[in-house]
Design a protein. Sequence first.
Length: 348
Amino acid sequence: MSYRFPSVRPETKEIIEPDDLNQNFKEFIDEINGNLSRENLASATLSGRQFKNKTFNEVFQSSIESTADWSTSGSAAFACSKNTTGYVSSDSSERYMPSVEFIAERDGWVIVDFSAAHLWMGTGLLSEDEAKRVLHVKNHNPFRYGERLWGHKSHLAPGAWLGITGEAPDAKWDDDPTVPQLNHEGNLQGYATDYGGAEFTTGLKDRNFPQGKFLNWPIDRYAVRYRITSNGSEVAESGWQYNGNDRTGVYICGCIPVRAGKNTIKTEVSAAMVANIYGVSQGIRAKDEKSTKGKFFPKSVTSSRNNLHTLPKSRTIDILHRGINYEINLGINVVVHSGNLVVQYRKA
């Protein structure tokens, strides 16, 4: 047992001193470390010899790392499954998430630390109809560009702001200096005072003035999560990490008892489209056939949260919009570029 606890006993109505609290907790730490301290281990015991290496604990490590550039998915990266929303530890190319197997000499516990970094690639759009609805940008005075679809060159999901860049609104205007357009850096090439007149000015020429629209509902509905298991029992879980950050990292850790014999510590990853299903209001004063609402029209309610769907397949489609043909990327991919697992086995 601990030599003494508590070391510092607080008095009634006394303000707790953090150093005193830490001193009391130190008694528990000493207990976990085998209570090997000056109070119960004579100095003569260690005279002339030392404990054998790995007598009290052992450390194991496993990692994966892709050599591919972060701008691409990379053939060496771990590809998250599109066939299931459940946890997986291997992908279709037989790459494996970090794991450790060891033989425990006796009962004890493990302290596990895991970190990973992943990358999203793709717009996350599901169909041509959604692409036309989300990416459609209209023209407005005084800027002379035609209606167009944004993101025809993009490999990332549309965020809250859509800025248009690229070719003229119509190919026949490519070489017409009187038709303002945006270059690939988003700098305005000119602007018109009105749509019908012939007066043009270059007051905003080469200024950084991207045009576009704001999305109330950006495509941020895909997510990954990680977990650590010990002999099938969950030790720690990260929670959902959404694609609003196209690349990010996570860190999770935990502690769990283990029995003598063979033990397997695994890391797993799950990828899914995470969506909420909202209920529909019906009855008196509900929405009528003209889509008008009554004075006391009830709000819709969330009937089910975090419904999981598999990630959509990636493909490219052609969309003809106002005389311009756009190549739009659909679907999304997520890959784990690196992961590192450290397992500390403490012997009881």
